[in-house]
Design a protein around this ligand. Structure first.
Ligand code: PEP
Ligand code: MG
Length: 633
C-alpha cells in the first residue's frame, strides 16, 4: 500500500458536481472532536471489523482454545505497550488512556465470561470473544438509536475496541488500520480505535473524520492530545467523500469541506496556523493560577470517569478532581465490584492527584446510566425512577461496600464524598448514618482512614434548589449538576437530541437557581461548586462567576481555556452581566447579552484562534455557534 493512494472502495457515491462538471464545494457537519484545521487529500479506509470463522470445539480442544485466548490477551497488551512507546512525550499523557485499555483487555470479568463460553458452550476463542463483547456492548445500546448519551456510547466503543484488539490477535490480522502514507492525508473511517489514532503519530496524517464517536470518545481525547484536528460523528462521511478528494477538516467548527475553492483553502490554512499558535500558548500557561483580572481566585477542577483520566486532569492544570463518576466500575459486569477492588481503584486516583483534592461521587446508576450488575426493573420513566441516591438507599449492602472502599482510600490523600440526586434532607441524613456505620466497620477491620471525610451533595433536582438553605445546614459542600438540573427543571430528557436546543444553560430559570443555591451556601459558609457541562464554556463560565461561583469542575481539556477566559475578566464585569441576565426573560436574550458583552475579550477563545479579527457586529453569532458545540460531559 505504501506510496499508493488506494482506489475508492466500490459503491461509494461520486463527489457532488456542479453543472459544469467541476466538483462543487460541499460542507458537511459533525461534532468538533479535536480543534485545529487541516487541508489535504482524503484517504477513505474501509470497515475495520475482523472476520473469523465460527467453530465448535471438542472437549479435548477446550484447553488449547483457552491457551490461545490468554496468548491473545498478552499479545494485545504488548501491542498497546508498543503503540504507547511510539507516542511522543508531550504535555498530555496519552499513554494513560492506553494503559486503561490494556487493563480492560485483561479484565478478569471479561475473561471469565469468554472462558465460560469456550468451556460451557464449546465455542472457539474468536466466537467466544465476539459474543461476550457483543453482550456487553448491548448493555450500552440505547433503546432508541436516535437517543445518544455520550457516556453510554463511549463505553460501548471501549468494549468494541477491546473486542477488536483480541480478535485481531486471535486471527493474526494485527495490522494497524491506517496504511503507511507517503504524503500528508486526512483519514476518513467509520471509527478509529485509540491505538489506530496513536499509530498515526509516525504517519503524516493531518486530520481525521469518523462517522461515529462524540467529543468525549477516547479517540477524540487522543486526537486532542496529539494535536490532530478531528471531526467525529459525521453521518455518511464514507459514502460522500472519495479517496483523493481535497478536504478541509475544521475541528473548531465541526465541519468538513469537500472540494473546497482556493479561497476557502487559503482561509482554512490561515485559521489552522493561528489556532496552533494559540493552543500552544494556552497550554503553556496551564499551571499558572486562575485569578480574575481584579485578583479573585477561581478554583478549576476536572470531571473524571476513568482512573487514567486523573493524569490528564493534572496535565491540563486542574487543581484537583471536582467530580469522579464511579459508575464505570459497576458497568459491563454481572457481579458487583468488591470493596478491595474499589479501594485499590480509589486509592490509585487519590494518590495520583495528591495533595490536591478528589471528590468521589457515590454511584449514580439508573436513569440513563444502566448497569446490569444491579438488575434494575424496567421503568416507564427511568430518569424519574430508582436512580442514584434512591437506588443506593434501597441497596444498603452495595452502598456500604462502596462507602467502606472510599473511607479506606481517604487514608491516602484529600478525599471527599459526594451524593448524587439528593432531593430531600432525609436522604442526606440516611447517607450520613450509613457513612457512620461504614466508618465503624472499617475501623473494626483495622484499616486506617481520615478522621474527617467531608460529605457533600449534588444539587441537580429542583427540590434541592428550593431547599438549599435547609440542606446547607447538613451538607458540607454543594456541587451544582446543571446537566440534570436543566433536565429536571425544564422537563427535557437530556438524551433527546431533537429537544437539545431547548435545553439551554442560559435559561433564566437555571440562572436563578444557580444564584439561589450560591446565596444559600454562602450564607451558611458551605463551599459551592458547579460541575455540569456549562462550566466548560467560556461565556457560561464568566456568567457563573458573576452569579457568585468560585469553583468550577469540567472536562480536563477545557481547563486551560477557562483559566485564560477568567484571567481576562473582572468579577465586577461578571457580576454586572449576571445581574442584567437575571432580569431577562429568555435564554436567547441571556446568550445574546453575555456574548455581546464578553465576545470582544474572549473572541479568540470562542473561535479557537489567535489574531482572529473581531468586529462587534460579527461577534455574537460566532460566539453562539461556538457555544453550541459544547458536549454533554
Ligand atoms: C450533572 O448532572 O450536571 C452532572 C455533572 O452529573 P452527570 O452528568 O454525571 O449526571
Ligand atoms: Mg447528574
Amino acid at each position: 500500500m505504501s506510496g499508493n493512494i488506494p482506489s475508492p472502495p466500490p459503491g461509494t457515491r461520486p463527489p457532488p458536481s456542479s453543472d459544469a462538471g467541476v466538483p462543487r464545494e460541499v460542507v458537511i457537519r459533525g461534532i468538533a472532536g479535536s480543534p485545529g484545521v487541516a487541508v489535504g487529500p482524503a484517504l477513505v479506509v474501509g470497515d475495520t471489523r475482523v472476520g473469523y470463522v465460527r467453530r465448535h470445539v471438542s472437549a479435548g480442544q477446550v484447553d488449547g482454545e483457552i491457551e490461545r485466548l490468554l496468548h491473545a490477551v498478552d499479545a494485545a497488551k504488548a501491542h498497546i505497550r508498543e503503540v504507547s512507546a511510539r507516542l511522543p512525550s508531550g504535555p498530555l499523557d496519552t499513554n494513560a488512556i492506553l494503559d486503561a485499555y490494556s487493563a480492560m483487555v485483561g479484565d478478569p470479568m471479561l475473561l471469565d465470561r469468554i472462558e465460560k463460553k469456550i468451556r460451557g458452550d464449546r465455542r472457539c476463542a474468536e466466537w467466544a470473544v465476539a459474543q461476550s463483547c457483543e453482550e456487553i456492548a448491548k448493555l450500552f445500546s440505547p433503546a432508541d438509536p436516535n437517543e445518544r448519551d455520550a457516556y453510554i456510547v463511549e463505553r460501548r466503543h471501549d468494549i468494541e475496541f477491546v473486542c477488536d484488539r483480541l480478535l485481531r490477535e486471535l486471527t493474526g490480522d494485527v495490522k494497524l488500520l491506517v496504511p503507511r502514507l507517503d504524503q500528508p492525508m486526512v483519514v476518513i473511517a467509520r471509527d478509529l480505535s485509540p491505538a489506530d489514532t496513536a499509530g498515526m503519530v509516525r504517519e503524516p496524517v493531518i486530520g481525521f473524520i469518523t462517522e461515529i464517536g462524540t467529543r468525549t470518545s477516547h479517540t477524540a481525547i487522543m486526537a486532542r492530545a496529539l494535536e490532530i484536528p478531528a471531526v467525529v460523528g459525521v453521518a455518511d462521511a464514507l459514502s460522500i467523500v472519495r479517496t483523493g478528494d481535497t478536504i478541509i477538516v475544521d475541528g473548531l467548527k465541526g465541519e468538513v469541506t469537500i472540494n473546497p475553492r482556493e479561497s476557502t483553502i487559503e482561509d482554512a490554512r490561515g485559521r489552522g496556523a493561528r489556532h496552533l499558535a494559540f493552543a500552544r500558548g494556552l497550554l503553556s500557561a496551564r499551571n499558572q493560577p486562575c485569578v480574575t483580572r481584579d485578583g479573585e481566585p477561581v478554583s478549576l477542577k476536572a470531571n473524571v470517569e476513568l482512573p487514567a483520566e486523573a493524569i490528564l486532569a493534572l496535565d491540563h492544570g486542574a487543581e484537583g478532581i471536582g467530580l469522579y463518576r464511579t459508575e464505570f466500575i459497576y458497568i459491563d459486569r454481572t457481579q458487583m465490584p468488591t470493596e478491595e477492588e474499589q479501594y485499590e481503584l480509589y486509592r490509585a486516583v487519590v494518590e495520583a492527584v495528591a495533595p490536591r483534592p478528589v471528590t468521589l461521587r457515590t454511584f449514580d446508576i439508573g436513569g440513563d446510566k444502566f448497569a446490569s450488575s444491579f438488575q434494575l426493573p424496567a421503568e416507564m420513566n427511568p430518569a424519574l425512577g430508582l436512580r442514584a441516591v434512591r437506588l443506593a438507599l434501597s441497596r444498603p449492602d452495595v452502598f456500604l461496600t462502596q462507602l467502606r472502599a472510599m473511607i479506606r482510600a481517604s487514608h491516602h490523600g484529600d478525599l471527599r464524598i459526594m451524593v448524587p440526586m439528593v432531593a430531600s434532607v432525609q436522604e442526606l441524613r440516611e447517607v450520613r448514618r450509613l457513612l457512620g456505620r461504614a466508618m465503624q466497620e472499617v475501623d473494626l477491620a483495622g484499616h486506617p482512614f481520615a478522621k474527617h471525610i467531608p460529605l457533600g451533595i449534588m444539587i441537580e433536582v429542583p427540590s434541592a434548589v428550593v431547599m438549599a438553605d435547609v440542606l446547607a445546614r447538613e451538607a458540607e459542600f454543594f456541587s451544582i449538576g446543571t446537566n440534570d438540573l436543566i433536565q429536571y427543571t425544564l422537563a427535557i430528557d437530556r438524551g433527546n437530541r431533537s429537544l437539545a436546543p431547548l435545553a439551554s444553560p442560559f435559561h433564566p430559570a437555571i440562572l436563578r437557581m444557580v444564584r439561589q443555591v450560591t446565596v444559600a451556601a454562602n450564607m451558611r459558609g458551605v463551599p459551592v461548586a458547579l460541575c455540569g457541562a456549562m462550566a466548560s464554556d467560556p461565556l457560561a463560565a464568566v456568567l457563573l462567576v458573576g452569579l457568585g461561583l468560585r469553583e468550577l469542575s469540567m472536562e480536563a481539556a477545557a481547563v486551560p481555556e477557562i483559566k485564560e477566559a477568567l484571567r481576562r475578566v473582572t468579577t465586577a464585569d461578571c457580576e454586572r452581566a449576571a445581574e442584567a441576565a437575571l432580569a431577562l426573560d429568555s435564554p436567547e436574550a441571556v446568550e445574546e447579552l453575555i456574548a455581546g458583552t464578553f465576545a470582544p475579550v474572549l473572541f479568540d477563545l470562542l473561535t479557537g484562534s489567535a489574531d482572529e479579527p473581531f468586529a462587534r457586529s460579527e461577534g455574537v453569532q460566532p460566539a453562539r455557534e461556538a457555544f453550541k458545540t459544547i458536549p454533554d460531559q
